[in-house]
Design a protein around this ligand. Structure first.
Ligand SMILES: Cc1cc2nc3c(=O)[nH]c(=O)nc-3n(C[C@H](O)[C@H](O)[C@H](O)COP(=O)(O)OP(=O)(O)OC[C@H]3O[C@@H](n4cnc5c(N)ncnc54)[C@H](O)[C@@H]3O)c2cc1C
Length: 371
């Protein structure tokens, strides 16, 4: 008999898990309170871009592994679902306009290279050749050849359909609690009072996970809601496509397959209620104009979403302490990138009992602070 697992949350993490676990023969039910991708995932930029924050070596390694898994599974997901999620290989210029930025990028470059990623340093002359509209203030940059970008909502839809074609059931409903028997999870209580029986549960409810696990199990985990805003820009008529994607001043600027240019993200203090606001819009436009002053464009759309933020940026992945058969998979703000590797790690851990060498540092038990 195949293992029966209920996944709570239909973002990119839950849907990737539903796909991977179904592929391995598990019996999957995915419960989503709204529609798949309705959380941060559908609003994401869709960058599969091993990028780094403070935890450079760890993030590079995990990101590089996820990128490789994306490349492995994307053709299968596309063939299984029949959905074109507009994926593309992208090369990102991490631009430096000051010596300090150059120092930080050169340090990042060495970590990325150690993780097996294709990165090189380019000087100001080479930068001009990438796109003549880049600012003359750019003194050089790290050219990262190894990224991908896709339409995030279409990709989540493709994952969901591919999972369903492998036998997964997708149910609309809001989980309101966990049932247990003898210390082991036995069901999920829904908002209408019904109980969905299950042998195992995976909580993939993004920024909602902190409050839900506190309410359900009295567990406190370091998960904060983080509102993020992005813009879609339209090139003025006759404008040449971007020569490469650019990252500068904390903003990614990448042209999508549909021609729109994504610029994001700006943190939104309203977190859960994240709604586009003029202040963030103006700041994002200012960043784009500073680094690409020659780009003639207009705003086509502003969008905001709320992602989970884990202060040390190490995802929370694995068994939830205090109850057998319950697991969680909550990334920090780079969950689109990490979806493939987190799904792989949890799938092999649950179904085969194999522990990935990096899982140890992600175990929720290390972060849990019981009251
Ligand atoms: C503007 C923006 C740009 C971004 N760009 C990138 C990027 O380029 N690359 C990158 O790696 N990351 C990016 N991110 C972050 C990324 O989108 C998230 O980290 C990722 O989507 C998280 O996926 P998730 O499945 O964990 O959460 P979510 O997508 O939030 O999914 C959680 C789901 O759980 C459901 N849910 C919640 N509570 C319940 C309940 N009680 N019962 C049932 N269902 C429930 C919600 O409705 C939701 O659909 C971006 C985010 C934003 C907002």
């Amino acid at each position: 008999m195949s293992q029966q697992i209920t996944i709570i949350g239909g973002g990119v993490i839950g849907c990737f898990l539903a796909y991977r676990l179904s592929l391995e023969g598990a019996s999957i039910t995915l419960l989503e309170k709204d529609s798949q991708g309705a959380g941060a995932s559908g609003a994401s930029a869709g960058n599969v871009q091993p990028v780094t924050g403070d935890n450079i070596a760890f993030e590079c390694k995990l990101g590089a592994e996820s990128l490789a898994l994306y490349r492995k599974y994307l053709p299968l997901i596309k063939a299984e679902s029949g959905i074109d999620f507009r994926e593309q290989d992208t090369r990102y210029l991490y631009a430096a306009t000051t010596e300090n930025e150059e120092r930080e990028l050169r340090d990042m470059l060495s970590h990325m290279r150690s993780a097996g990623l294709r990165v090189e340093w380019v000087d100001s002359k080479a930068v001009k050749g990438l796109d003549p509209r880049l600012s003359p203030d750019v003194i050089g940059g790290m050219l990262h050849q190894d990224c991908m970008q896709m339409d995030p909502q279409l990709f989540v839809d493709a994952l969901a359909l591919a999972a369903q074609r492998k036998g997964a059931k997708f149910v609309i409903g809001e989980a309101q609690g966990l049932e247990s028997s003898g210390g082991r999870v036995s069901g999920v209580t829904l908002a209408d009072g019904t109980v969905l029986p299950t042998e195992s549960v995976i909580v993939t409810t993004g920024p909602w996970s902190g409050q839900l696990l506190k309410d359900w199990l009295d567990i406190t985990l370091p998960i904060e809601p983080c509102g993020l805003q992005k813009l879609h820009l339209k090139l003025k008529t006759g404008g040449a496509p971007l020569g490469c994607a650019v990252r500068w001043g904390g903003v990614n600027i990448v042209q999508r397959v549909d021609g729109l240019i994504h610029a994001g993200s700006k943190r939104d203090p309203n977190a859960f209620e994240a709604t586009p606001n003029d202040e963030s819009r103006d700041w994002l436009l200012q960043q784009v104009r500073s680094i690409l002053p020659g780009l003639e464009m207009e705003v086509a759309e502003a969008r905001a979403g709320c992602a989970a933020l884990i202060p040390d940026r190490v995802p929370l992945l694995g068994p939830i302490p205090g109850i057998d058969g319950a697991h969680m998979a909550v990334p920090s703000t780079d969950g689109f990138l990490l979806a493939a590797v987190l799904a792989q790690m949890l799938t092999t851990s649950i179904l085969k009992g194999e522990q990935h060498p990096m899982l140890e540092q992600m175990l929720p038990a290390r972060a849990v602070l019981r009251r």
